[in-house]
Design a protein around this ligand. Sequence first.
Ligand code: ADP
Ligand code: MG
Length: 449
Amino acid sequence: MTKEELWQAVLAQIQFNISPANFATWFKNTEIVDMNSGQAIISIPNNFSKEWISNKYHKLILKTLYSLDSEIKEVKYEVVRTGLKTKPATITFPETDQLEFQELKIDKKNNLNPRYTFENFVVGSFNELSFAAAQAVCKNPALTYNPLFVYGGVGLGKTHLLQAIGNEIIKKFPQKKVKYLTSEKFTSEVISAIRNHNIENLKSTYREIDVLIIDDIQFIAGKEKTQEEFFHTFNALHEKNKQVVLSSDRPPAAISALEERLCSRFEGGMIADIALPDFETRMAILKMKIQEKKADIDPKILEYIASNIKKNIRELEGALNQIITYQKVNNCPPDLEKTKTLLKNIISTPARRITPKKIIQNVAEFYDIKEADFMSSSRKKEVVRPRQIAMYLFRQELVSSYPFIGRKFGKRDHTTAIYACEKISQELEKNNKLKEEIELIKQLIYKNK
Ligand code: ADP
Ligand code: MG
């Protein structure tokens, strides 16, 4: 295996372990420049990235390198400015992996990624209701189900289905204006429109849309201004017979801090859920992905994957990608034992459940404070901030009630919990560093068993 191939294999695995945004930010333009007596030297385009990578990702990099080449015992980082290189350090990923984070194909006008279609969407009893409703919407936009509200757990195909609706409508009705976006994007548009005093502008842009698709609408919970703007936009579109499609991780009534009037609007259309795929469907999905990726995998391995990954189609795909990469790099398929090792990260964490304790431990560790500080009455900045972040994570990840959060953090009042959660959500809109930190903490929480 050449060092280029090795690094590609490492990246393919790292990509699976961290969020796409982090991956793109930190691992772009990195490569192995040298490998010598057990030491690998990784080049990184600037000092800032070097610091970040060596602080936050060193363990992951070393572990992954070692799992692929057990000679490697040490990793060093070196800043090599891309401009000074003789040869541009672009990583070429196997085509299949590229699809995951490449944003180039996304149409700037409507934010749709052409890779999500109905043709490559596998239908089983777990998602047939949502699928049928989606198709009905495409046949007669705004006339059958309006809004269409799809809900289901993480990685079960909500985004795929919503984007497929957009792509299909554009194909059928090229003159229709379709717009896809996440509710977080909508929120940030509202915030910047308020700041720049051009809310009228925002209103009129949204009112010209024929099909508005908003993904992960649950995140507008607790954001009053955004909810208000969305409420008016929704009504305007609905009155003009324009289609609205929404997704969420839970049904409307279960979204706390969602205004009553919005909730009842959401419930006024069609609500369809996506449940968990059964074994046969998981196999069908794997086979579909293999076809797409033009790979050839031993059916035994597929069965192993399908019987062990049950709750998340993204993970199913991630596992498959790891096997494909291994095959490419080693020129032979892994045996069952090797497969088990390769997929250990994904499979051997059956209890992906997180607990209040895990959040507290990880936040404390991340900010290097004592767990007891969370419960104390300390008003020191170094403590207050992590405490607010921990409260925010209780709310986001455990969906805890505010009184519960208040009690858990040193018998504080529920209003303190509300204040903390709102403060952090607001700051997240504009503070990328905080976003990065919370992302990292979440990875730790979900990773540590
Ligand atoms: P969610 O938005 O619910 O978190 P996604 O739509 O992002 O999930 O799906 C995660 C991955 O699984 C995507 O790569 C998607 O293409 C794939 N996927 C989900 N459902 C299906 C399906 N029914 N058939 C084929 N692929 C699917
Ligand atoms: Mg999604």
